[in-house]
Design a protein around this ligand. Structure first.
Ligand SMILES: *Cc1c(COP(=O)(O)O)cnc(C)c1O
Length: 227
């Protein structure tokens, strides 16, 4: 088990590094979030023991169950949709929340981060594919949300996140990724601050995402196995 996850991770890390070099960036320019949703806590502990440090979960409850059982040096990101009533729990558990998609959620997160005396790092999730099943704000509304977020004292806006389309293969995926990068550049100009992170790319499309500028890939099944 331990070796399988570590071996998978090493293969993915090599492919990530190679894609970063192809995109004209250093081999270590792209971070890997190991998405452990649905996998047992033993698998996550084995991954930590093998040196993996950054994990992703898509549900607050699942993270809240797993995290207290783990030991070692690790951090968790929230990659799934977040409801406002879970904001309080989320700021305690996650070093980066990838899925902020409304002003009201951002306000709640800032308030809860303030209560803890901290600053919460966040990304704005954008629906770049137009698929209805996807959460995330519409591209046309993202600048306004970013402008609101940067006025919130206990949030730090680090960039944008998207989920590639289910349909349409690599061509459609690349279109989504290019859209997110261009949107990031526009928003960054509009709000007058850099937005260094682009969270895009999963097991099936991370190399295309990196070639289009991803700085964070969210990889689940290619590391932990099929769900
Ligand atoms: C599950 C999930 C991933 C990882 O998906 P894989 O295809 O298993 O790599 C990435 N991002 C989000 C938002 C997810 O929910």
């Amino acid at each position: 088990m331990e070796h399988r996850i570590a071996d998978n991770y090493r293969i993915i890390a090599d492919r990530v590094a190679a894609a970063a070099l192809r995109s004209g960036r250093p081999a270590d320019a792209v971070g890997i979030v190991a998405v452990s949703k649905t996998f047992p806590v033993e698998d996550v502990q084995n991954a930590i023991n093998a040196g993996i440090r950054v994990f992703g979960e898509n549900r607050v409850q699942e993270a809240r169950d797993k995290i207290p059982q783990l030991t070692g040096d690790f951090t968790f990101h929230l990659v799934g949709h977040l409801q406002s009533n879970k904001a309080k729990e989320a700021v305690k558990l996650f070093s980066l929340i990838h899925s902020v998609d409304s002003v009201s959620l951002a306000q709640k997160l800032s308030l809860e981060a303030a209560k803890l005396g901290g600053i919460q790092d966040i990304l704005i999730q954008v629906n770049t594919s137009g698929e209805e099943s996807k959460s995330g704000i519409e591209p046309a509304a993202a600048t306004e949300l970013a402008a609101a977020v940067i006025t919130m004292e206990n949030l730090r806006l680090r960039g944008l996140m998207t989920i590639g389309p289910l349909e349409g293969g690599e061509t459609a995926a690349r279109k989504s990724f290019v859209l997110l990068r261009e949107l990031r550049d526009r928003i960054s100009g509009a709000i007058g601050q850099p937005l260094p992170e682009l969270s895009m790319g999963m097991s099936g499309d991370f190399e295309a995402a990196i070639e289009e500028g991803s700085t964070l890939v969210r990889i689940g099944s290619a590391i932990f196995g099929s769900r």
